[in-house]
Design a protein around this ligand. Structure first.
Ligand code: ATP
Ligand code: MG
Length: 679
């Protein structure tokens, strides 16, 4: 169905960092056979205060039978992240280059930050943190909107060796409190509030709630630094003209519509007041290669979130290398990743990867639908974006509005399109390719996880012939395998558990404060392998197709199927915007298919549509796959990062109101609606 091959645009391939499959294969082989030489060469592009010795460059144990799991890269080396990202770029003449364009929720709010200014702001805020008693190894929680102070706060932590834990600014006070307690943060950084579309979120008030809960549990956050973001929006929805305003460089207007922000004089302070006094330089703290860099919680799609721990040197070289090759970034390009910095995609591909390459990127505060449903296309047009990285959920929700909105804007600067977060169905892939990329851009369907730190299976834009829906081949240093139930390696074509045989530099090192959970979650199922928890299929050409969570696999009358396969067929129908499929126990077949379907804008859900869809699945996959139930779903339960939470849908399918942990759910109301609409 989707096995047609789309070759990279020859114009793009000619100038790409990786120009052909031959070159990719040679580089991949080298990265596997001689990891020290391969990554050692790349490490030379960065600054090391102390060098590593070659015999200690790389060591690990993936086999629980041999003892505890560990992963170490570049032992003995010392460095500083912010120094490599900022000072180095300024020193080599890029000080005046734009690091970030900031595009606010309101199209009239925008700003920009050069590398030089970013370095200065980072140093100043690092000094503020020091004045609050933050030292190397201390944890700093960050709960902020997509404003420039967010990367500044993260970089300031790295400047002094503090460990940041960014919590997505859409989480509830309970989720925030849980994460603050788990990492025992000393300081919390936030903003008074933010507008997302028309909606006002009073972040500081949510923080106060969270800090009260944290205190009740016996942990105390010593200080809360608050960016007066709403204060500087003189009139949040008013029109003010001017070159630059409301970003870091913008004027701070006392504010006509200052929000009601709760305050604790002993604990809270304003960011701008602290910065007034701060020194503009700060000598970097040199940290060891394996010192912690950050903690980040997974999306919670499958259960209780896990506090993934990443360390310094390996993460740096891996973020830098994947960014360069996967987006084929060149000096002068403008890159835009729509992910919130509160997710791993935002950490690696809004902050660390781009800055490590001296790149210019866009940070966007708003939503794809505000003020109109063409906001993404207008931002690409405005900044002449060359690489655009987003998620299937966004693509599907924008497809609903048809391609007229896309056509209104000039997207001719685009070269590479990226997708991440979920398997991308071929329908969405083709729409992205044809309508957004005009059939001339490469699509990087990047498979990776919070745990992997960076892309692990992905096409390279100038090299890899693409198949819609396939993440294709492993990145440098990555050695994937497919295993069957009994842990036997599946050679050639087949489907099984997706695992990795050995670590790459950017891989997680532990779950914070819980190495046991780390070992049992990822290394106990198959000894000697890192288990992703996802299933995948390898086709006759060796392409890898990630089919979704192992837990989401279906077994109908003895036929093993993945939900992604069925969903892909359902969304091919022109009336269907989104679909999610789960299994439901069945007395005869073992399991049967229960499908949730969201119709396109302006289309209605009907018995006729339901019958057509059943027929389609039977024709495309086989009679055994015919769904038993097709339910109307005006909306689907999603994590705040936009992923469908199938474990909740499984509960709805069987009518069990006991849906479990919903703390990471974006909108709880959809669950009730779906219970009501059960046929
Ligand atoms: P939790 O681990 O708490 O359940 P999560 O797995 O959703 O949450 P993330 O680390 O953000 O948290 O997501 C990684 C998962 O996203 C992968 O394991 C995979 O299931 C899915 N994924 C990401 N990118 C792709 C892709 N390109 N193709 C298919 N699946 C993808
Ligand atoms: Mg996961």
């Amino acid at each position: 169905m989707a096995d047609r091959i789309y070759n990279p645009n020859p114009e793009l391939a000619k100038k790409a960092h990786c120009k052909s499959m031959q070159q990719y294969k040679t580089m991949h082989e080298k990265s596997i056979e001689y990891p020290e030489a391969f990554w050692g060469e790349i490490a030379k592009e960065f600054y090391w205060e102390t060098a590593t010795s070659n015999d200690k460059f790389f060591s690990y144990n993936f086999d629980l039978n041999q003892g505890d799991i560990y992963i170490k890269w570049m032992e003995g080396a010392t460095t500083n992240l912010s120094f490599n990202l900022l000072d180095k770029n300024v020193k080599c003449g890029n000080g005046e280059k734009i690091a970030f364009y900031w595009e606010g929720n309101d199209p009239d709010d925008y700003s920009k930050l050069t590398y030089k200014k970013l370095l200065q702001e980072t140093c100043m805020f690092a000094n503020v943190l020091k004045s609050k008693g933050v030292q190397k190894g201390d944890r700093v929680a960050i709960y902020m909107p997509m404003i420039l102070e967010l990367p500044i706060a993260m970089l300031a932590c790295t400047r002094i060796g503090a460990v940041h834990s960014v919590v997505f600014g859409g989480y509830s006070s309970d989720s925030l409190a849980e994460r603050i307690m788990d990492c025992k943060a000393k300081v919390l950084i936030t903003a008074d509030g933010v507008f997302r579309g028309e909606k006002l979120l009073l972040l500081k008030n949510i923080c106060d709630d969270a800090l009260t809960k944290v205190k009740a549990h016996g942990h105390e956050v010593e200080c809360c630094v608050v960016v007066g973001h709403l204060r500087r929006l003189a009139n949040p929805h008013g029109k003010i003209t001017g070159e630059t305003k409301n970003g870091v460089n913008g004027t701070s207007n006392g504010g006509s519509s200052e929000p009601n922000v709760s305050w604790d004089d002993d604990r809270d302070c304003w960011w701008h007041e602290e910065m007034e006094e701060a020194e503009p330089s700060c000598y970097p703290v040199w940290v060891a290669a394996e010192d912690p860099l950050f903690i980040l919680y997974t999306s919670g799609s499958t259960g209780k979130p896990k506090g993934v721990l990443h360390t310094t040197a390996g993460y740096l070289i891996y973020a830098a290398t994947t960014f360069k090759y996967v987006f084929d970034y060149k000096p002068g390009d403008v890159y835009w990743c729509t992910a919130d910095i509160g997710w791993i995609t935002g950490h690696t591909y809004v902050v660390y990867g781009p800055l490590a390459n001296g790149a210019t990127s866009v940070i966007f505060e708003g939503t794809p639908f505000y003020p109109h449903n063409d906001r993404y296309w207008s931002v690409i047009d405005k900044y002449k974006v060359n690489q655009f990285y987003t998620a299937p959920t966004a693509i599907r929700s924008l497809m609903k509005f048809g391609d007229e909105l896309v056509k209104k804007h000039d997207l001719s600067t685009l070269k590479v399109l990226g997708s991440v977060g979920e398997p991308i169905n071929s329908e969405a892939w083709l729409w992205f390719y044809n309508h957004v990329g005009h059939g001339k851009c490469s699509i990087a369907d990047t498979f990776w996880q919070t745990e992997t730190g960076g892309h692990v299976i992905t096409p390279l834009p100038g090299a890899t012939p693409m198949k819609p829906g396939s993440a294709t081949f492993p990145f440098f240093g990555v050695l994937p395998e497919l295993l069957d139930e009994d842990g036997r390696v599946i050679e050639g074509e087949g489907e099984g558990y997706l695992v990795f045989r050995r670590p790459w530099p950017g891989m997680m090192r532990s779950l914070y404060g819980n190495h046991d959970r780390f070992q049992t979650t990822y290394f106990d199922r198959f000894h000697g392998f890192y288990c992703t928890g996802d299933g995948a299929r390898r086709d006759a050409d060796g392409y890898l197709w990630v089919t979704g969570r192992i837990d989401d696999m279906l077994n109908v009358s003895g036929h093993l199927m993945s939900t992604a396969e069925v969903e892909s067929v359902l969304t091919e129908h022109s009336d269907v915007a989104e679909a999610a499929v789960v299994s439901k126990p069945h007395p005869v077949k073992g399991q049967c298919l229960y499908c949730f379907v969201t119709p396109n804008e302006g289309r209605i859900f009907s018995k006729q549509l339901s019958d057509e869809l059943k027929r389609k699945v039977r024709e495309k996959i086989g009679p055994f796959a015919q769904p038993d139930v097709i339910q109307h779903a005006p909306g689907l339960p999603k994590t705040r990062s936009g992923k469908i939470m199938r474990r909740i849908l499984r509960k709805i399918a069987i009518g069990d109101k006991n849906v479990g942990d919903v703390s990471t759910l974006a909108d709880e109301a959809v669950v009730d609606v779906l219970f009501q609409l059960r046929p």
